[in-house]
Design a protein around this ligand. Structure first.
Ligand code: 9Z3
Length: 316
């Protein structure tokens, strides 16, 4: 077998693995209705405008069918939330596919002491942000920004890895069909590497009197169908997270060779707010440093991506 035949055989195996995942994990509640709403939102994109799908936050993996116990991975959602704000300021429509408990755009800028806690208390509210009425003046600027961009922001929460995967596929297909190259997919969400198949999950809660055996399966690599089948014309950016700096750039380059998408933003967990490396499918490497963190590093990341996406649209 030649290298190309080998690569094709391995791609076919990966595609099969992705399909099996969707056969095993059922669709989120009201999936069709949600996708219809997303479709309407994407349809509002003006002819010279662009839309970005941002994924943000961790993905929960249930280990019981009636879930009490679950496995989780790490992500605060700060990167996704900050990026959403900068994409909006750059004129994009934003679909913000986020973990229900993670950080949200604009809300992240409001100190928790100023937020409304009890239902029914006097509040000024824009989008997801609610602030005690007497504290309004302190965060007026943020609230005004939130209000200004609310029509261009579609907030879609998920909880489990399964919900994340179904929405990622459903939305990518819509972006491809409605906007093609004018859409960007910016997958900053932290995708669990392992999950438990339906057939390997007990129906009821595990009990602490017996040591459990949990069978983990590998999560299929959805970037392959995402960039080659669901949204082949969209501009696709993935994130590579490592804790060992010595392997980071090689892993980012390997991801580009395997999935054939446009850009990898490579970051190290401990330094992710201060430095990232953008690796392009052309082989070009762009280092972004933000040592003093005077601004969010996402401001700089989005600036480069907005430019590259513009060039990509012109070429396509
Ligand atoms: C990232 O690498 C994000 O930059 C972070 C952001 C999750 C580190 P925070 O949410 O952190 O601001 O606290 N996201 C991608 C992580 C991921 O799952 N990547 C996969 C991998 O590295 C590829 S799809 O293999």
């Amino acid at each position: 077998m030649t290298d190309t035949q080998n690569a094709n055989a391995s791609d076919q195996e990966d595609y099969r693995h992705c399909e099996e995942y969707f056969n095993d994990v059922s669709a989120p509640l009201a999936f069709d209705e949600t996708i219809s709403n997303v479709q309407l939102f994407i349809g509002k994109c003006a002819p010279n405008q662009r839309t970005v799908l941002i994924t943000s936050g961790a993905t929960m993996v249930p280990i019981e069918q009636n879930t009490v116990n679950y496995i989780d991975n790490f992500s605060t959602g700060a990167r996704g939330a900050a990026s959403a704000e900068y994409f909006l300021e750059n004129g994009y429509q934003v679909i913000f596919l986020h973990r229900n408990t993670s950080i949200k755009p604009y809300e992240r800028l409001i100190p928790s002491a100023l937020k409304v806690l009890e239902v029914g208390s006097a509040a000024c509210c824009f989008s997801t942000v609610k602030v005690k009425a007497d504290q309004f003046v302190k965060v007026r600027g943020v609230l005004e920004q939130a209000a200004k961009y609310t029509p261009s922001l579609f907030l879609l929460p998920y909880e489990s890895l399964g919900e994340y995967m179904w929405f990622l596929r459903g939305i990518s297909i819509e972006l491809q069909q409605i906007l093609g190259s004018r859409a960007m997919i910016y997958s900053a969400g932290a995708v669990a590497d392992f999950y438990v198949l339906q057939r390997d999950m007990p129906e009821h809660k595990l009990h602490s009197d017996v040591e459990p055996t949990i069978k983990l399966s590998l999560t299929p690599k959805m970037l392959l169908p995402l960039s080659n089948k669901w949204a082949p014309d969209c501009y696709v950016v993935s994130f590579k997270l490592e804790t060992d700096p010595s392997i980071l750039i090689d892993r980012a380059k390997k991801a580009l060779m395997t999935y054939h998408h446009n850009m990898v933003v490579a970051n190290i967990l401990a330094t992710r707010r201060k430095t990232v490396t953008l690796v392009e499918s052309t082989g070009k490497v762009i280092q972004i440093d933000n040592p003093n963190q005077a601004n969010d590093i996402e401001l700089l990341i989005v600036k480069v991506l907005e430019e590259r996406h513009g060039e990509y649209i012109k070429r396509s």
